[in-house]
Ligand binder design. Structure first.
Ligand SMILES: Cc1cc2nc3c(=O)[nH]c(=O)nc-3n(C[C@H](O)[C@H](O)[C@H](O)COP(=O)(O)O)c2cc1C
Length: 561
């Protein structure tokens, strides 16, 4: 593990920053050359999509009942969903809705699982852990979630006698830890995989926040904690338990509280939890995901080390007061929306989206106090949207900019192509910073920039997520990861909002970075495109069979979400 930044020399810090900037630069796709990858896929050594810890005691979780409440629209109304009690059933519901299987797909003899959280290439590098103390029905300790079997593997049993471990967490709360197996993603995508792991972690954070909202609960990403502490608590730093198995990198730890907004528990003490993990009894060994790795990608380890996060001071950021967003017209329950979320593989190329639905999606990308998923993170928006509008009623096709934080406007006006019209849109909600840059048919540009993928052109709109870049990283290289997380959270908002509007979304990790910047006239790395997304009326692939998520389990049904 690297030294905490306060103990690092300026030179070490500069080296870390250079490593991160160089990684980003070398993993850009270009029209004439893709970032370094494996070339072909080594199917014989395809990574096992499910991690498990052999020898860990297992706790089977109950499955959700068939038609649970609340309505999707209620998730965004602070206090509307009455908090459920923290029990084995409600914890099981949270894991199922955030990380559980949503269906199996089958084509000929090939069958693969889909999950409530999306993942680049469906490779699912993100692993989820529960750290519990004082939760009825669950031993105090660290547990790893296995989505295929919907169960918890007990990795560590806290020593209750010496630790009084039920006191190490605030009442009615638990921690949810996230880690990434970079190699799972690198098997297919090579060097660019580290970026995708971070996107997936962002999607996972939002998936947890939405799942918790169905239970009336609160979530906080504990952004002061360092990776070394998180790694020690989750046990991903335990060499003997991993041996030759693919390693996991700590991503983040989230405090989940079974309480109404405004009653969030005080932050637990990281050192106390590290001590509990040190003094606990660890069990199980990580499974090997593939016997052979035909390629090594050392730059992933280098960038992971360079942007490892130390413990930091808390910075308080409060979302500005904004008018309430237009109420979602969706009459489905939140659980239905979460379970039906899928990535569109093709769009019909003709359907149009009503302007109100488009504006509502943009509005939900803005942080508001006590409104999921943005209330889970404590930093100001740093990612803005370059919109390629194709088929939205009442809005001329073209390139638009949606600023999620006004402070960047002057800089953008000074730096972007001087020919842009910067026409402030009038028919949208008054608090929007939405500008038309140019009215034009943007379909070819959108398709070409997103690695020639038709999904970027055939929907109602697609977008590039532009992050404030070099100044944000200068003193804090780990912010590189947070920019992708923010993009992933945005992606999850668009996925669910698209479903709620009766259309469908798809995350797009494959795009030509600098070609996007050239389109805008960006000449310095003050902004970088971190992720693309597209929304439209999906075409179903009728060759695929859909099978229920958990028909293979003979499992009792638990409570309602
Ligand atoms: C970070 C990220 C990048 C993705 N990039 C692409 C892409 O470039 N093209 C594409 O067709 N799908 C892309 N997807 C969609 C995934 O392939 C999809 O999430 C995965 O196959 C699982 O399917 P599901 O989303 O329907 O559960 C991406 C998804 C994520 C989360």
């Amino acid at each position: 593990m690297p030294m905490p930044w306060p103990l690092c020399s300026e030179k070490t810090m500069k080296n870390a920053l250079d490593t991160v900037l160089a990684y980003h630069q070398r993993t850009k796709h270009h029209f004439q050359r893709y970032a370094a990858g494996p070339g072909g896929l080594d199917w014989k050594n395809q990574p096992d999509p499910f991690r498990s810890f052999v020898g860990s005691p297992q706790l089977e979780l109950p499955l959700l009942a068939a038609a649970p409440q609340p309505p999707y629209a209620d998730l965004y109304m602070p206090g509307k969903v009455v908090p459920q009690t923290l029990t084995l059933n409600s914890v099981a519901a949270l894991f199922e809705l955030a990380f559980g299987l949503s269906a199996w797909k089958q084509y000929d003899d090939t069958r693969w699982a889909l999950r409530c959280n999306p993942s680049s290439g469906n490779l699912h590098p993100t692993e989820a852990y529960l750290v519990s103390a004082g939760c009825e029905g669950i031993d105090n300790g660290v547990h790893h979630y296995v989505s295929r079997d919907h169960l918890l593997e007990q990795r560590c049993r806290f020593d209750t006698a010496s630790n009084r471990s039920e006191r190490i967490l605030p009442p009615d709360s638990f921690l949810l830890g996230l880690s990434s197996i970079h190699w799972r993603e690198a098997w297919k995508y090579g060097e660019r995989a580290f970026r995708y792991c971070q996107h997936d972690a962002g999607h996972a954070m939002a998936a947890v926040r939405y799942a918790a909202a169905t239970l009336g609960w609160q979530v906080q990403v504990l952004s002061t904690w360092g990776d070394a502490e998180i790694g020690a608590i989750l046990g991903v730093n335990r060499d003997t338990d991993f041996s030759v198995a693919e390693r996991e990198s700590p991503d983040a730890i989230l405090l989940v509280t079974a309480s109404a907004p405004g009653c969030t528990a005080a932050e637990p003490n990281a050192a106390t939890l590290v001590n509990a993990a040190h003094g606990g009894q660890w069990q199980g060994h990580a499974n090997v995901l593939a016997a052979h790795h035909s390629h090594q990608w050392p730059v992933i380890d280098e960038v992971a080390l360079a942007c490892a996060k130390p413990e930091t001071q808390e910075t308080i950021w409060r979302a500005p007061e904004l008018p309430e967003p237009a109420k979602s017209a969706c009459d489905l329950t939140a659980v239905e929306i979460i379970r039906q979320r899928r990535s569109a593989q093709a769009f019909d190329g003709v359907s149009r989206l009503p302007a109100e639905a488009f504006y509502r999606m943009l509005d939900m990308s803005l942080p508001r106090h006590a409104v999921p998923p943005w209330d889970a993170i404590a930093w100001a928006p740093r990612v803005h949207l370059l919109l390629f509008v194709h088929r939205v009623d009442g809005i001329a096709p073209g390139l638009y900019l949606f600023l999620r934080n006004e402070r960047i406007e002057a800089k953008l006006r000074a730096e972007l192509n001087p020919d842009f019209e910067w026409l402030r849109m009038q028919d949208c909600p008054a608090h929007f910073s939405l500008f038309r840059l140019v009215a034009a048919d943007a379909r070819n540009a959108a398709r070409a920039l997103s690695c020639h993928q038709d999904i970027a052109a055939d929907g109602a709109f697609s977008l590039a997520m532009l992050a404030e870049y070099d100044t944000q990283l200068a003193a804090t290289p780990w912010v590189y990861r947070q920019l992708f997380w923010e993009a992933g959270i945005l992606g999850q908002v668009f996925y669910l909002e698209a479903e709620a509007a009766g259309v469908r979304g798809t995350g797009i990790g494959c795009y030509f970075d600098d070609a996007v910047h050239d389109l805008l006239g960006i000449k310095t790395p003050f902004m970088q495109s971190m992720y693309h997304f597209t929304v439209g009326a999906a075409l179903e692939d009728t060759r695929l069979q859909t099978l229920p998520a958990y028909a293979h389990l003979d499992r009792a049904v638990g409570g309602e979400a």
